[in-house]
Design a protein around this ligand. Structure first.
Ligand code: PRP
Ligand code: ZN
Length: 291
């Protein structure tokens, strides 16, 4: 297999927390490719795109330098690397927090405890900025991995690391003292390559497909029956994405109403629909949604 130089390149994490959801998003967006094992790249069968599997820490620089036009990586890595990339889209997965954590046994109450202490991290840049902003003078021990073990080994008194479920902290007798940043997977692009006329159209087509899936994931398709007299109340409850579809039923006093409801307001909307007389409410996932 050979890399096609004319194709757009997208960098994705080779193995880690973002790998599986990234591949899932791309495949659901209609890009067909094989992603198995140890290979470094894959070619898309139905779009002029090459996938490069890289270490997440390398992705911002590869995109900044134009080795890849696009990349998918966590906000935490983008911030730490300080790369000059265009942040195109938040992807809604790989959510975690970059937090300061301390031993539970120390019963630490506030940030001032950190004064004069040593903090181990793989995110020295973000941590330094935070310490400067909060005026806390602590030392930073830069490590490459297994940060959570540093307090046990007496290499540091605190750590600054990613927390997702919190299991790693708990297993090491640590707890969160403060969250420095929220992170999720983001789509980034190389500013100069995105502007090249030969890439523009294809990047736009790529974005439309990805966004079609992202928007669909954030919404549900809702169908319900209701007395025709309840239509005004139902319209008032439905969030105004689009005018709802109203279909007459065999029973002329009744109508069916179809609409799209955002996931984050979903239960609130359903409860209010029931209150104004809707019944037989059906909720369907949306495969794709192009605005
Ligand atoms: C992070 C972090 C912890 C773990 C926390 O590493 O360094 O080890 O995840 O997750 P938890 O709260 O669910 O236990 P990650 O797997 O992201 O690898 P990386 O930072 O080396 O890329
Ligand atoms: Zn990493």
């Amino acid at each position: 297999m050979k890399l096609n130089e004319n194709n757009l390149k997208i960098a994705i994490q080779k193995s880690g927390r973002l790998t599986e959801p990234t591949i899932e998003l791309l495949q659901r967006s209609g890009f067909e490719f094989e992603a198995y094992g140890r290979q470094l790249f894959a070619t898309c069968r139905n779009f002029p795109l090459e996938f490069l599997f890289l270490r997440d820490d390398d992705i911002p620089e590869y995109v900044q330098d134009g080795v890849c036009a696009l990349g998918i990586v966590g906000s935490n890595v983008i911030e730490e690397k300080g790369a000059q990339v265009k942040r195109l889209e938040r992807l809604g997965f790989g959510k975690c927090r970059l937090s300061l954590a301390v031993p539970v046994a120390e019963k630490v109450k506030d940030l001032t405890w950190l004064k004069g202490k040593m903090i181990a991290t793989t995110y020295p840049k973000i941590l330094r900025r935070f310490l400067e902003e909060t005026g806390i003078s602590a030392s930073i021990l830069e490590v490459n991995g297994s940060v959570e073990i540093a307090p046990t080994l007496a290499m540091a008194e605190a750590i600054c690391d990613l927390v997702s479920t919190g299991t790693t902290l708990r297993m090491n007798g640590l707890c969160v003292l403060e969250t420095i940043m929220e992170s999720e997977a983001e789509l980034i692009g190389c500013p100069s390559l995105l502007n090249e006329s030969k890439n523009k159209l294809i990047v736009e087509r790529f974005l439309m497909r990805i966004r079609g899936v992202l928007v669909a994931r954030r919404n549900k398709y809702v169908m319900m029956n209701a007395p025709a007299t309840a239509l005004d109340d139902i319209r008032a409850v439905l969030p105004g994405l689009k005018s709802p579809t109203v279909v007459p039923l065999a029973d002329s006093d009744m109508i069916a109403v179809h609409s799209v409801v955002p996931e984050d307001r979903f239960w609130e909307v359903i409860e209010r629909l029931k209150q104004v007389g809707a019944s037989g409410i059906l909720v369907l996932p949306i495969e794709k949604m192009i605005l």
